[in-house]
Write a protein that binds this ligand. Structure first.
Ligand SMILES: Cc1cc2nc3c(=O)[nH]c(=O)nc-3n(C[C@H](O)[C@H](O)[C@H](O)COP(=O)(O)O)c2cc1C
Length: 356
């Protein structure tokens, strides 16, 4: 039976326990130049001191144009390396590996004429916003992913996680409801495969390469097919939701999120692949129960770490971790949810930066 305190490996990276910090953008800390700030350094140092097995960085953009928002961190320029070196150092001081989540927002970013696998008009607008990119541009973006990974490596990070879900560019290529191409990139996983293979060649086998992938892109059947096709290229898979997610394959009485159900199905299909699951885990007891039920390898705890930087240490010691009430004050989907106090704990304050 897997225990939260077990160590495991994801390719070249040793992970000392099964609690992971998943990617969480720190809104408004970076400027338009995408540089790491002192707020980021303090935040990642505190996360690492809390004792998780691994930290996946917030989504960091590979091109300035492909940003999700104006204050997103960047790895599109060599000048970014120095800040990322400091982030790697503060994580490594506590013995925690750091992987960068490399990202391009595609049609779900700030670009009004966004790059997209096919022309795309969002349902809430009457004008096309995403434009089918040319083959030359596909090569350019593949190289931009590789250069971002090389910068992460130069900064001393342990690897990269491709942001391949949540509706961003790679998710758009993977989703047949968005990807209507008629050339070779109609094969949904081709672009992602090429990026992963190119990063592997450029960065070497000691650099970990994985993907955050949707279990439902748009259906579980599609998600599992993508996972199987991408498995030869990945040291790990971190499973979440897609551009559009039909989660009906998740049984109504499944006690955890549909993403965790999807992660369980990916693990069943790929027993040798280190698989992480996410969404709604708010205590050490829940994390352990999810491990036991699903057989997956790692449990991502996102908002739980915003409530309590010491979530992993407390969970492993059987102490109260504090409980995220999903009020969304952390900045995730700020339009939703009642305005609860976070179990009496201080909220992560995205405007003031590092909380004590
Ligand atoms: C403030 C905030 C920022 C997030 N930013 C990212 C991100 O950069 N990349 C990503 O893949 N997911 C992002 N997410 C989603 C989380 O990684 C995670 O999947 C989600 O919060 C559900 O997990 P939880 O219930 O443990 O919080 C973000 C979530 C939050 C709360």
């Amino acid at each position: 039976m897997k225990q939260l305190s077990d160590s495991f490996r994801m390719g070249p990276v040793a992970v000392r326990n099964r609690i992971a910090v998943p990617p969480m953008v720190c809104f408004n800390w970076a400027g338009d130049d995408g540089f790491v700030t002192e707020n980021h350094i303090n935040h990642y140092r505190s996360l690492a001191k809390g004792g998780p097995g691994v930290i996946f960085s917030e989504a960091v953009c590979i091109t300035k144009r492909g940003r999700l928002q104006e204050t997103q961190l960047g790895l599109w320029d060599d000048a970014h390396i120095e800040g990322w070196k400091r982030l790697a150092d503060v994580c490594h001081e506590s013995g925690v590996p750091l992987l960068a989540q490399i990202h391009h927002a595609g049609v779900n970013g700030i670009d009004e004429n966004a790059e997209c696998p096919s022309d795309f008009t969002p349902t809430h607008r009457d004008q096309t916003r995403g434009y089918e990119i040319t083959l030359d541009r596909i090569v350019y973006l593949r190289n931009a992913f590789v250069k971002a990974a090389l910068r992460a490596k130069a900064a001393g990070l342990d690897g990269v996680e491709l942001h391949g879900c949540h509706g961003y560019l790679l998710s758009q290529f993977l989703n047949r409801q968005v990807n209507h191409r008629t050339d070779e990139y109609a094969e949904e996983t081709l672009f992602v495969k090429e990026i992963m293979e190119s990063i592997r060649i450029a960065c070497g086998k000691d650099f970990c390469v994985g993907i955050r992938l949707a279990a439902y892109e748009p259906t579980l059947e599609d998600g599992l097919r993508h996972a199987r096709e991408l498995a030869p290229y990945a040291d790990f898979m971190d499973i979440s939701y897609g551009f559009t997610s039909d989660t009906s394959a998740c049984p109504k009485d499944f006690p955890f999120s549909a993403a965790i159900y999807g992660a369980m199905e990916v693990k069943k299909a790929l027993p040798d692949m280190p698989v992480f699951g996410v969404d709604g885990i708010v205590s050490g007891g829940m994390a352990q129960a999810a491990l036991e039920l699903t057989g997956i390898d790692g449990i991502d705890v996102g908002r739980g770490h915003l409530v309590n930087y010491n979530f992993a240490r407390d969970a492993l010691a059987g102490r109260d971790t504090g409980t995220c009430l999903h009020c969304k004050n952390c900045g995730w989907n700020p339009s939703g949810g009642p305005d609860h106090p976070c179990a009496g704990k201080k909220l992560f304050d995205r405007n003031q930066g590092h909380r004590p």
